[in-house]
Each structure stands twice: as structure tokens, then as C-alpha cells.
Design a protein around this ligand. Structure first.
Ligand SMILES: [Zn+2]
Length: 319
């Protein structure tokens, strides 16, 4: 099998499709199957997930593959618990074969200017990871609208997009999160968001007063963006998720809502990220331990699950 080198920012699904083309296989999924079926592949138990298998075949580090060529850093940006988990950490959530669909998924979007640049430089265009981020339908390098990867490239469609400051801020935060080497602990994210909401006088408890998080989002994000990316927020459908973003243990992986909240809560991406990424300090950890002990009647706070912790935060906010 001919194994081409992975290119900068290349999406794994696009890479597999390129590899399939070079080896006369029908699809990226067929290329992955061929890797699994290769009698020469290592069978020591280390190649159980597509990431591990592809890393072995292309000679890359699995953590690098995850961090630089997949959307996993964004999908796994906020994970349960108090401590960060390094992306690709073998002790973390095993990335088993159920990730197969994500790994082989082809690119949906592409930038016509990036395509032309790639053809000029590499001689061909390839699928870029940075064009697949939820809520960013423009190329952050060229400032033009992304096109569907299946559509013909049209120069007329490469018109500059008129972005609002909040749209740019959303993209900056999402881009930065994609570059993180480890997850943000759910407990930390919940606490930081609640602190900022309280600082701005937003409603953090059901029985308190003040503007809501969803109300703030509606006033900050443009109607164009909301209609296109979060229409359920416009008609009230996503309000509960946003209003409880600082407490809800329900969707630790819902990065779009986190980025949306941060975009609305801060004037700059730098401020938002500095706050969000600030680890829990000793006093905050001690307070969490105390909360858990009080609410659960347990001596060993570590025995409580992450969901219980998040629920405790929720209850603490109501006290
Ligand atoms: Zn571009």
C-alpha cells in the first residue's frame, strides 16, 4: 500500500480518501478496512482504535494525529472531572472502533482560495481540518465564505464575508480550543463560567434576577449567525442549555455552547481563554471537597463521580 505523508492541517477523513485514491480503493472507509485487514499490521492489542491503527501505519504519534489532524480536540474539549486529560492519553477514554465514523468522515467544507493555493503549492488540493469547525462558515485565513466540498469551485463565491466582532471572537476562541493539547475539566469550566456570569450580574440561579445567558447571547451574536448555526436559540429552544451552561452536567462535550457563552461573556478571545483555562486553585478544590462531603455524607470526596460533582455545583449555586 502506498502511504502518502500527512499534510499540514489535513483532516484524517480526507487523508484516508486521498490514500484510497492513490491505492485504487473505493473510499476512505475501504482504506481503513485495508489497514485493518493487512496481515502485516501489528496485532499486539495496541491497534484497537482507528487512531492507533492509522498512527502505526503512517508512522505518526497517536497524540499528534488526534491533535493536529482530527476534530477530537474540539469534540473532547470539555471533559468530566476536575483535572485535564491530555488528548491521546492512553489512560483516557478509549478511542475504540466506535470512532470509526468520525475518522473516515470526509471534509464537508473547503475554502476556494485555500484550494487554489494548495494546487499552486502542492499540485493538488486536500481536505483541511480548520474548514470543518462548527459555527465558522468562512475561511479564517482568507475571510471568504466556505463552499461545500462537493460543489464546483467558483471565484464569484469567494467574496469577502462581512464579519461582526462577535463572529470573529467566536472563531478565535474555537480555533484556540482546537489547538489545546489537553481537555478543559468540566468542573473548572462550570466554575469559571459561573464566576463570570455573576461578575456581569447575569442570572445564575433559577430564583435570582438579572438578564439570562441566552438573552445575552441573543444581544451579542448577529441574527445572521444565529439563524445559520444556532436557530433553536433564536426561537427559545436552546435557552435552557445556555442558561444552565455553568451548572449542567448533561452535555460536557457540547463545545459549541461553551464557545457561544464565552463569546457573549467577554470582549476579547484572550480574556475568555485566560479565564476558562485557569486551573482550579487549592481553595476551590477544598471547597468542592467540602461540598461533596456535606451533600453526600461521605468522607472520601474522591469517591464521588464527576456528574455528582457537577450536580453539587448546581446545588451550591442554589444555596
Ligand atoms: Zn482559505
Amino acid at each position: 500500500m502506498h502511504i502518502p505523508a500527512l499534510l499540514p492541517d489535513e483532516l484524517l477523513g480526507g487523508y484516508l480518501a486521498r490514500l484510497a485514491h492513490l491505492n485504487a480503493l473505493t473510499s476512505g472507509a475501504a482504506a481503513l478496512d485495508a489497514m485493518y485487514d493487512d496481515p502485516n499490521r501489528p496485532r499486539n492489542g495496541a491497534c484497537t482504535s482507528p487512531f492507533e491503527l492509522i498512527a502505526r501505519v503512517v508512522g505518526a504519534d497517536k497524540a499528534h494525529l488526534l491533535r493536529a489532524h482530527s476534530l477530537a480536540p474540539q469534540a473532547l474539549a470539555v471533559r468530566p472531572g476536575r483535572d485535564p486529560i491530555r488528548h491521546g492519553d492512553p489512560r483516557a477514554l478509549p478511542l475504540k472502533r466506535r470512532w470509526r465514523d468520525d475518522v473516515v468522515a470526509p471534509a464537508v467544507w473547503r475554502c476556494p482560495k485555500c484550494v487554489n493555493e494548495d494546487i499552486g503549492f502542492w499540485g493538488f488540493a486536500y481536505a483541511r481540518r480548520s474548514a470543518q469547525l462548527p459555527g465558522i462558515d468562512w475561511c479564517t485565513k482568507h475571510g471568504v465564505a466556505l463552499q461545500r466540498a462537493t460543489a464546483p469551485i467558483g471565484e464569484s463565491a469567494a467574496a469577502p464575508v462581512d464579519l461582526s466582532p462577535s463572529e470573529s471572537r467566536y472563531a478565535e476562541i474555537m480555533d484556540a480550543i482546537l489547538d489545546l493539547s489537553q481537555s478543559i475539566p468540566l468542573t473548572q469550566a462550570s466554575i469559571r463560567l459561573r464566576q463570570r456570569m455573576q461578575q456581569l450580574g447575569l442570572r445564575t440561579r433559577r430564583d435570582s434576577s438579572g438578564p439570562t445567558m441566552s438573552g445575552l447571547v441573543l444581544s451579542v451574536l448577529s441574527r445572521r449567525w444565529l439563524e445559520r448555526h444556532r436557530p433553536h436559540v433564536l426561537n427559545g429552544g436552546g435557552s435552557a442549555d445556555l442558561d444552565n451552561i455553568h451548572t449542567s452536567p448533561l452535555k460536557p462535550f457540547a463545545i459549541q455552547d461553551y464557545v457561544l457563552a464565552l463569546t457573549a461573556l467577554y470582549a476579547t478571545a484572550d480574556e475568555a481563554l485566560t479565564d476558562l483555562l485557569r486551573p482550579l486553585d487549592a481553595a476551590e478544590r477544598a471547597r468542592l471537597d467540602d461540598l461533596v462531603r456535606r451533600r453526600r455524607g461521605k468522607q472520601d470526596a474522591a469517591a464521588c463521580t464527576d456528574d455528582q460533582l457537577a450536580q453539587d455545583l448546581h446545588e451550591a449555586a442554589r444555596q
